[in-house]
Design a protein. Structure first.
Ligand SMILES: [Zn+2]
Ligand SMILES: [Zn+2]
Length: 280
């Protein structure tokens, strides 16, 4: 069984009830954080997961809403890991990730210096290992396998999606993308697909070109659902709602998805949890 928790279902626009994009995937005794938008550690704390308890951070791309709390995550993991000589924190992302992480550590350089000066048992900056990939297997530990494939969120490039397999179950995580061959390949036959969605029917009506621009590099609800249908997944999990999903309008979103996809459709608020078992 793989357990998906939508830690943050928001977007770049701050929302009092939705943290920034972040999804927790727990499988085979391991915990993976997929993207780390604003407020992610507060949401993770609500389900009993701390920064030190994460097996790895998986980044789909380097848009600000998806990495908003990267600095908080790196520093908090460092200062709340109490084992001596902790193993480096694995971060897997597209090319550009190493540069971003390095710059983040530089931004927190004073903080890191203060803490090393103050604590006898903190002698080195946060131990981190960054792995950059666009395609292929990226993780094989204790029965959990992860691979990535390119997605299409141009001009944001490169961007990647993830597929996590464990115990006979599998979950694909799309990130932000239009429908594309890389995602189709990743999601093919998976038990669940976690996909970011925007309501193009609403966004195209907003008289603000900068908002209308977002339609050309995201999937609509219907497009995400069509991807799920092509892939033959059992469950579609929608997140990253643009505009924010208004309580009481869940059925509208569900109906749009159901026009393209006949399987189980999951959506909701932050901390919505979905259990995924192998499809019969
Ligand atoms: Zn994006
Ligand atoms: Zn986004």
């Amino acid at each position: 069984m793989i357990e998906i928790t939508l830690l943050g279902t928001g977007s770049p626009i701050p929302d009092p009830n939705r943290a920034g994009p972040a999804t927790l995937v727990r499988a085979g005794g391991q915990a993976f954080l997929v993207d780390c938008g604003r407020g992610v550690l507060q949401r993770a704390a609500a389900v009993g997961v701390g920064a030190a308890g994460l097996s790895a951070l998986l980044l789909t791309h380097l848009h600000s809403d998806h990495i908003g709390d990267l600095g908080d995550l790196l520093i908090t993991r460092w200062i709340t890991t109490f084992t001596p000589d902790p193993a480096p924190f694995p971060i897997i992302g597209p090319p550009g990730t190493a540069e971003t992480v390095e710059a983040m550590l530089k931004a927190f350089g004073h903080d890191i210096g203060y803490r090393i000066a103050h604590h006898d048992d903190l002698n080195t900056p946060p131990p981190i290992e960054v792995h950059e990939y666009t395609e292929g297997p990226v993780w094989d530990r204790d029965g959990v396998f992860i691979r990535v494939a390119p997605t299409d969120h141009r001009p944001v490039a490169p961007t990647i999606g993830f597929r996590i397999d464990a115990g006979g179950a599998s979950v694909a995580l799309a990130g932000d993308t239009v429908p594309c061959a890389g995602l189709d390949d990743l999601a093919a036959g998976a038990d669940a697909l976690v996909h970011t969605v925007i309501r193009k029917d609403i966004v195209t009506q907003i008289p603000q070109q900068r908002l209308q621009d977002i339609c050309d590099y995201h999937s609509s609800v219907e497009e995400a659902a069509a991807t799920a249908a092509r892939a033959g997944v059992g469950t579609l999990v929608m997140t990253h709602y643009v505009p924010a999903l208004v309580p009481g309008q869940e059925e509208q979103w569900r109906t749009l998805a159901a026009s393209q996809f006949g399987g189980r459709i999951e959506l909701g608020d932050d901390l919505h949890r979905v259990e995924v078992s192998p499809q019969p």
